[in-house]
Write a new protein. Sequence first.
Length: 271
Amino acid sequence: MKDILKAPFVIEMEKTTANMYRLGWDERNGGNISLLLDTEEVGEYLDLSKVIRTIPIGFVAKSLVGKIFIVTGRGKYFKNVEDDPANNLGIIRIGEDGETAELLWGYEDGGQFTSELPAHLMSHMARLSVDPENRVVMHTHPTNTLAMNFVHELDDKKFTHTLWEMCTECIAVFPEGIGVLPWMLCGTNSIGEATAEKMKDFRVVIWGMHGLYGAGKTMDETFGLIETVEKAAQIFMLTAHLPRLNTIRDTEMQELAEYFGVNYRKDFLDL
């Protein structure tokens, strides 16, 4: 067997969590990441017949049976993942009953996956139904995006339109827009179900006064998607109190989207 600590997916989790902590997006134990892995690749590093223990996941995820994920741990700090991945990360496989996770590696201190795992798995199911190549779900608390929640209407179209106006690249990076939820109790199946419903249409879902969920094909793509949303929110927060002399017009956003050939939400523009 190859050394699991040298597996690309473990190293990728280490680098990404460290980067998100450095940016101030994931204070204390805030934030969580799950990555759908290739079973054959994992088999190069772990004996897939060896299950350390099983953990209930809190709902039935039949469509994910047999799928393997690497997931950040409950109560764990992103800043510690790089130094101690075996305690702060875990590799799980969804059991045959669809209700339990089989721990294949990690959580060595007796811990378990993030309390938001149901929301992650529900989001994975939603995204995979739309795009089978989507493998990543990230939950994080980007500072400016969160601040924007308190001064902007929490509405899909209005929130999206404001962000599209902030940076020329925005409509090209997230042409489907942003889904927005009101404040909801985190760690529950209810917020997971609401997020998954939004994830059928959007790759970014705002959790009102909390943070956001982002999904994508790779860790880089998903991180870059969230990074772009956060940059746009930062520009909004820096300029919201100032007179607006210039803006990107809706006709110009349309021109951008059509030039880059992206499938954008035409109903989110006022043309």
